[in-house]
Design a protein around this ligand. Structure first.
Ligand code: C5P
Length: 218
């Protein structure tokens, strides 16, 4: 009998939190890690839904692309796919805050300092991690220091099965770069280090580690 295809959802790229039609808050993210994961998942024969913020990358052939802009859009899109997926990988660089209100017209330039009210965005990984049943959940943690402790705490707080930690800042390749060095931590105490390596190799390494667990999952 033919094995059922693994259904994989990947969130990728930045979100944009608009203040008015032209101005927004965002995070630096090329989307390359998420897109590399989509390619690696397709190569394994998985079905891929790629929920992506604005990036200048072409989606891989065979992936179903769901375009989003804000964290709220991302949450709605991920919620719609969550119940029917086997694995969800939260790779998006979600903006933590958004302007409390959005103007419909472009705001005029301020001549002096001003303050702006910001409100927290939903944490997509934490929200869905809390609702998980058989799904395998994988998150990312980009930290400037104390990587293992911080990544490990995030894995627990967001109810994730796996977390991929990487160090950023201090002259290291940025989140927008083509390479990555990672620390992969699993809920059963698994611990692997990998890189520096191109994001395609990193993606393949991550999926190679979670795939056997996924096949025995649920
Ligand atoms: O930003 P933070 O370090 O908390 O991100 C850790 C993980 O949580 C990442 O996998 C990211 O995609 C996810 N996340 C999310 N929604 C947020 C913030 C982060 O899904 N609002």
């Amino acid at each position: 009998m033919k094995a059922k295809k693994i259904r994989c959802v990947i969130t990728a790229g930045p979100t944009r939190e608009h203040l008015d039609p032209v101005r927004f808050f965002s995070n630096g993210s090329s989307g390359r890690m998420g897109y590399a994961l989509a390619v690696a998942a397709l190569e394994r024969g998985w079905e891929v839904v790629l929920i992506s913020g604005p990036v200048s990358l072409d989606p891989p052939d065979g992936a179903r692309l769901v375009k989003i802009v804000s964290a709220d859009d991302l949450l709605a899109a991920a919620e719609a796919e969550f119940d029917s997926c086997d694995v969800i990988i939260f790779c998006a660089a979600v903006a933590d805050f958004r302007p409390a209100s959005r103007e419909t017209a472009k705001g005029q330039k301020h001549t002096g300092p001003f303050s702006l009210e910001m409100i927290p965005n939903p944490d997509v990984a934490r929200t869905l991690g809390g609702r998980k049943r058989a799904q395998l959940t994988v998150g990312f943690a980009a930290e400037t220091d104390d990587l293992e402790a911080k990544a490990s705490r995030k894995r627990v707080n967001k109810h994730l099965d796996w977390i991929v930690g990487n160090l950023v800042g201090g002259g290291r390749p940025s989140m927008e770069g083509g390479e990555n060095t990672i620390l992969l931590l699993g809920k059963k105490g698994e611990r692997w280090e990998f890189g520096p390596a191109p994001k395609a190799d990193v993606a393949d390494f991550i999926l190679g580690k979670i795939a056997p667990v996924l096949e025995n999952h649920g």
